[in-house]
Design a protein around this ligand. Structure first.
Ligand SMILES: NC(=O)c1ccc[n+]([C@@H]2O[C@H](COP(=O)([O-])OP(=O)(O)OC[C@H]3O[C@@H](n4cnc5c(N)ncnc54)[C@H](OP(=O)(O)O)[C@@H]3O)[C@@H](O)[C@H]2O)c1
Length: 258
């Protein structure tokens, strides 16, 4: 394939599966996350299985200068990023006023600001080459306010909006921006965000199936992709016509612990 994809949050879950799909097509990788050992396991497994080259960059995207540092590493190594997959992210449960503000600030940095920074840094080269693909992993949470996960849902609404807006700006180029909007997925996200005992994850999709759906949509240059068609239908064609307070109550109930 000859293309290199940079995947954030490649140490587990959907990100590790997106990396695997790209490697299976013969593409090289830059794998980014905090857990070095997990990243190295993904690197070895994919290099051995597919004969590709994977470069590990250990970075905490909650740090304001992390995107710049990642960009400096890939530039210094002469690695051209053809595909940017902004997948890293986390949530967190509880009423906003009771939550540790520092955790929500870190969430905004990872889910939104580092995503914007990485996109700005790598998009310049893509546009000048008139070639490139960006996949943003948002969520169905991006379509409604989320009581008990107020900041998380708001970060994903930002990503849904941002991805579509830049997709339109890029419509006179061969560069595309796709936003993937999964429902519940069975990954480390549940533990990381203290989201255990919430019914929404009882029938969660597999990270393999979600990554496959997102990777295919990105390659086609789709604008918005839901992994579950019914969820997409509900959020686009039913929820907008319901009374606001009903939507908020339903949304809160869906995040209550059993
Ligand atoms: N699981 C779901 O139900 C669900 C539903 C909709 C959308 N999503 C979205 O899907 C994306 C991937 O999540 P997942 O479900 O695959 O969960 P996951 O298995 O917990 O993966 C999250 C990834 O993000 C990385 N990450 C978290 N904080 C980071 C930080 N400060 N710096 C760098 N990397 C960081 C983690 O790596 P390290 O811990 O090694 O840093 C990990 O690789 C997220 O954006 C999430 O919001 C998930």
């Amino acid at each position: 394939m000859g293309t290199t994809a940079l995947v954030t949050g490649a140490s587990s879950g959907i990100g590790a599966e997106l990396a695997r799909l790209h490697a299976a097509k013969g593409g090289d990788l830059v794998l980014v996350a905090r857990r070095e050992s997990a990243l190295n396991e993904v690197k070895s497994a994919l290099e051995n299985a597919y004969g590709i080259k994977a470069t590990v960059i250990v970075a905490d995207l909650a740090h304001p200068d992390s995107a710049e540092k990642i960009f400096t590493v890939t530039e210094a190594a002469g690695i051209q990023i053809d595909i940017l997959i902004n997948n890293a992210g986390f949530g967190g449960h509880g009423k906003f006023y009771k939550r540790d503000l520092a955790k929500d600030q870190a969430m905004m940095q990872v889910n939104m600001i580092s995503l914007v920074n990485l996109t700005h840094l790598y998009l310049q080269g893509m546009v000048s080459r008139n070639s490139g693909k960006i996949l943003h992993v948002a969520s169905t949470a991006g379509f409604i306010p989320g009581p008990l996960q107020a900041v998380y849902y708001a970060t994903k609404a930002f990503v849904v909006s941002f991805s579509q807006a830049i997709a339109q700006e890029l419509s006179d180029t061969n560069v595309t921006s796709t936003v993937l909007c999964p429902g519940a997925v069975a990954t480390g996200f549940v533990e990381a965000g203290d989201l255990d005992s919430i019914a929404a994850w009882d029938n969660a999709a597999s990270p393999e199936s979600v990554a496959k759906c997102g990777y295919k949509a990105m390659m086609k240059g789709d604008l918005v992709k839901f992994n579950e068609a019914l969820l997409g239908f509900m959020l686009n064609w039913v929820v907008p016509f319901l009374p606001r307070k009903t939507v908020l109550k339903m949304s809160q109930q869906s995040m209550e612990k059993k």
